[in-house]
Design a binder for this molecule. Structure first.
Ligand code: PLP
Length: 470
């Protein structure tokens, strides 16, 4: 070690801890590498003006942590390289290079993140923390905080007509997490196949497949999933979005709702009801949840990702009683539960009615945006057909025959810093299987309010130019 001064501990902390921290930092930053000798404890103590015992203690601690090795008579050296390279942003998302975020993001599913109710959330968190007994900051019930489960049960009974028992509510880190959890549990209980709507969100197929389930497609038409075909899938569970199919936007026909329940009963199977954007209805009242038809067969799932923000990672499922213990057991073995503080904030937001007020405000805003988008499309690309416009945060824009492929439009858009989402990958085996038209799933909620008109103009210019060239 050329200069012991580099190891001088921060004089503000207790000396041993400070020396340990300085040594760790030197090793982790790569200043000291595997095999580098450390000065004898007495020499370093003299150099740094410390007691020798301080240095010995720091060396002992770092040996215990594996940073250092020593042998009597041979001194002390760095055990191995612990150099941690500076984080490369985006390195863990290989298919998404760390580009600048797009200027106009029309990816479906994103709410307006600039509209997140920061003040209400902060107030809810403050109030929740004030009333919280200290013990609640220990390990909680894996199902979630009781006040949140109760608030959700009453909210869901009121707004979605679900059969809601707070004992059966389980708070998860997003619907994705709930799906992963349920897939693993069902796989462990002998379920081999999961039926999924085709088209659907492709990463949910990945989640189930990662848990070891075979994903079997169920075709979708304007009345939703063709649940009369469920018996042919030989699946033990079906994932359906009855209230708002993704990405076609259909509402599941009443007969198909009944068919799904009949299938589940006849084959001793389960349905997972993905009720991801139930609150956002514009032209029709919400239709009650499928779960109410048979709470022992249907697992209801909702999320805060559309109403508040996906970054919260907050979702909830209502499970049949028979699944409760398997869910709790798996949570104990995995993540235990979602952060208690976030749960408390959401509970307070619901109890104070602030969540409901936020949803009402956003519904009005999104409806106005939807109308503006449809007007723009009718004017600039009248041959293209928007579908599934009655609800949610997106429309599917079906492209007229002879248009460039949606992937090509997305690539052109990307060069103008506009992010578009082609419908193709939502299909299990491609669109050709159903002869479905090509299209773009246009999310109109993700832009900040002040930039929405600019985004519409940029999108209109791009589509009008590309589609007029065909
Ligand atoms: C069809 C569908 N289901 C569920 C979700 C919610 O996922 P999560 O709660 O994991 O954010 C989304 C979000 O994009 C979605 O599009």
């Amino acid at each position: 070690v050329s200069s012991h001064a580099q190891l001088a501990p921060d004089p503000s902390g207790p000396r041993v801890r400070a020396l340990e921290a300085a040594l760790r930092a030197a090793i982790r930053s790569g200043r000291l590498t595997a095999g580098d000798r450390l000065p004898p404890s007495r020499a370093l103590a003299d150099d740094l003006g410390l007691a020798r015992a301080t240095v010995v203690e720091a060396y002992t601690q770092l040996r215990a942590e594996g940073y250092l090795s020593s042998r009597r008579g041979a001194g002390t050296w760095v055990a191995h390289d612990a150099h941690v390279p500076a984080a490369v942003p985006g390195a863990i998302a290989p298919d998404k290079p760390a580009d600048r975020p797009p200027r106009f993001n029309f990816t479906p599913g994103l709410p307006d993140l600039t509209a997140f109710p920061r003040t209400a959330w902060t107030r809810a968190l403050r109030r929740g923390l004030r009333d919280l007994p200290a013990s609640s900051l220990g390990y909680n019930d894996p199902r979630g905080r009781p006040e949140l489960r109760e608030a959700l049960a009453s909210y869901l009974a009121r707004t979605r007509g679900v059969a809601a028992d707070p004992e059966l509510v389980v708070v998860c880190a997003g619907f994705s997490h709930a799906l992963a959890l349920l897939s693993r549990i069902l796989r462990r209980h002998g379920v081999r196949r999961i039926a999924m709507e085709d088209p659907y969100l492709w990463w949910h197929r990945n989640i189930a497949a990662t848990a070891g389930l075979e994903v079997v497609p169920v075709p979708v038409d304007e009345h939703g999933a063709r649940t009369n075909l469920l018996p042919e899938t030989r699946a033990g569970v079906a994932l359906l979005a009855p209230a708002h199919q993704f990405p076609l936007g259909a509402l599941l026909h009443p007969e198909r709702r009944t068919a799904a329940i009949a299938w589940a009963r006849a084959t001793d199977s389960l349905v997972i009801e993905d009720d991801y954007d139930a609150e956002l209805r514009y032209d029709r009242p919400p239709v009650g949840a499928l779960q109410a038809l048979d709470p022992d067969r249907v697992i209801y799932a909702g999320t805060a990702s559309k109403t508040l923000a996906p970054g919260l990672r907050l979702a909830w499922i209502l499970v049949p009683r028979a699944l409760l213990e398997p869910v709790r057991t798996l949570r104990w073995a995995e993540d235990v539960h979602v952060a208690a503080t976030e749960q408390i904030a959401l509970a307070q937001l619901l109890l104070a009615g602030a969540f409901q007020r936020h949803v009402r405000r956003m519904r009005t805003r999104y409806r106005a945006r939807r109308d503006r988008l449809l007007a723009m499309l009718a004017e600039r690309v009248p041959d293209a057909s928007p579908v599934g416009i009655a609800a949610g945060l997106r429309v599917l824009l079906e492209l007229p025959p002879g248009s460039p492929p949606a992937e090509e439009l997305a690539a052109q858009a990307s060069r103008r810093s506009i992010e578009l989402f082609p419908v193709g990958p939502c299909y299990h085996d491609g669109r050709a299987r159903y002869g479905a038209p090509d299209g773009l799933v246009l999310g109109y909620a993700g832009l900040p309010e002040h930039d929405f008109e600019n985004g519409l103009t940029a999108l209109g210019d791009l589509l009008a130019r590309s589609l007029s060239l065909r």
